[in-house]
Ligand binder design. Structure first.
Ligand SMILES: *[C@@H]1O[C@H](CO)[C@@H](O)[C@H](O)[C@H]1NC(C)=O
Ligand SMILES: *[C@@H]1O[C@H](CO)[C@@H](O)[C@H](O)[C@H]1NC(C)=O
Ligand SMILES: *[C@@H]1O[C@H](CO)[C@@H](O)[C@H](O)[C@H]1NC(C)=O
Length: 401
């Protein structure tokens, strides 16, 4: 048994689970879990970019910070905005049972912590959130976690080995990271009660002993050691654990080997194309990341894309590439393992920069400062994406049915 599980079992040994597998499967060794669509908020593209830079520890430029605090923002109102629904992003939550509570978590293939708002926080921080009720008897003594972002915001707390139920699978002893404090950026963000990380466990922030992700805890007990993500354009998608759902894609699945050395689902694309244009060879290394809304690409690729969008400009006022909302956007294609993986142009119109405005923020932005590209939701949304563990983990891409 791996050392992490050993440690967990030892810690909660008095609960008489010694020798028991930390995983219990109900009936099927595979399950699918449906997402719940969040309330749609008015989204600000620059705010998404700020969030992404923070996530990857990049200092946020002053000008971008300024752009993110002007224009519509998502902290105002939960009502459906008065502009066409297609101009807005949707974020997704998945119900997860932690101990005796159900919270709505953001499944994030770009991080490895299962952290949640908890009863250890001041009640003033819990307004509008579901939260985990900690059981002191399940505390993983001496263990703490802290996620720190480039701008000083962050969250941290203590760790519990508790029951976690996702769909049909119960992990009886999964590390649940209960927040004791979160910075105001998180309390304001009503979208998130917490995250369920699905990157490789090497990125886990629990100290002194890093803990396994939920997927790593359960994968050996699944029918197949994989999960598949279906993020949908303006609709609720699903996560399938342990099986590939043939009804959710069409055509062939293209697999690409994953480089796990940095802990992410990282792979290298070998080229790109804009619209019907010819393919340009380029080595584009990046990570698949369900926890990042947009797609961040090398500056020359981004410029090549927006060269085909009339009226587009890299705007310091709005903190990124914008264009007239009326523009017809070309498709964008990444070449992955010799196949074309295409994002419909429609998906690249992220949102108007102002309510009812005529300028729109692009779903493709520059990856400057991050050090690699990010194939976020804008890329993943049109695809059925298989995340397969194994000696050489791989990602499989197919077109959604
Ligand atoms: C964004 O939200 C904050 C908090 O409600 C508010 O202070 C700020 O004025 C808002 N910005 C705009 C442009 O509405
Ligand atoms: C919230 O949205 C509702 C419905 O659109 C609107 O009537 C109300 O004025 C909004 N409140 C704020 C604070 O924007
Ligand atoms: C849920 O679990 C917590 C921690 O063990 C406990 O304090 C609380 O009473 C439980 N609530 C219910 C409704 O069972």
């Amino acid at each position: 048994m791996p050392s992490v599980l050993g440690a967990l079992t030892a810690t909660i040994g008095f609960l008489s689970v010694v020798g028991a597998t930390p995983v219990q499967l109900e009936k099927r060794k595979a399950f699918s879990i449906k997402q719940v669509e969040r309330t749609k908020y008015i989204k600000n593209g620059a705010q998404q970019k700020v969030k992404t830079l923070r996530k990857f520890g990049v200092k946020v430029p002053e000008q971008l910070l300024a752009a993110s605090s002007t224009g519509p923002n998502d902290s105002l109102n939960g009502s459906v905005p008065a502009v066409p629904v297609d101009d807005y992003d949707s974020l997704y939550l998945t119900p997860v049972e932690l101990g005796n509570t159900t919270v709505q978590l953001d499944f994030d293939t770009g991080s490895a912590d299962l952290w949640t708002f908890s009863s250890l926080q001041a009640s003033s921080q819990l307004t509008g959130h579901d939260y985990y009720r900690v059981d002191p008897g399940k505390k993983l003594q001496g263990h703490t976690w802290r996620i720190q972002y480039g701008d000083g915001s962050g969250a941290g707390g203590t760790v519990y080995a508790d029951k976690v139920v996702v769909g049909g699978v119960t992990a009886t002893s999964q590390a649940v990271e209960a927040a004791t404090s979160v910075s105001s950026q998180f309390t304001r963000d009503r979208d998130t009660d917490g995250l369920l990380g699905l990157s490789f466990s090497s990125l886990n922030t629990v100290r002194p002993t890093a803990q396994k992700t939920f997927f790593d805890t359960v994968k050996e007990n699944l029918q197949a050691p994989l999960f598949a993500v279906t993020l949908k354009f303006h609709a609720a998608g699903s996560y399938d654990f342990g099986f590939i759902d043939k009804s959710k894609y069409k055509g062939e699945i293209t697999y690409v080997d994953v480089d796990t050395s940095n802990g992410w689902w990282e792979f290298t694309a070998t080229g790109y194309a804009v619209g019907d244009g010819s393919t340009t060879q380029a080595s584009i290394s990046g990570i698949g990341d369900t926890g990042t809304t947009l797609m961040y690409l090398p500056i020359n690729v981004v410029k090549a894309y927006y060269a085909k969008v009339t009226g587009s400009t890299d705007s310091s006022r709005y903190g990124g590439w914008v264009f007239p909302c009326s523009a017809t956007l070309p498709d964008f294609t990444l070449v992955v393992a010799g196949t074309k993986q295409t994002v419909p142009g429609q998906h690249i119109n992220y949102a108007p920069v102002q309510t009812g405005g005529t300028t729109c923020y692009g779903g493709i932005q520059e990856d400057t400062g991050i050090g690699f590209s990010i194939f976020g939701d804008v890329f993943l949304k049109s695809k059925y994406v298989i995340h397969e563990a194994g000696d050489t983990p791989r990602l499989g891409f197919a077109e959604q049915a």
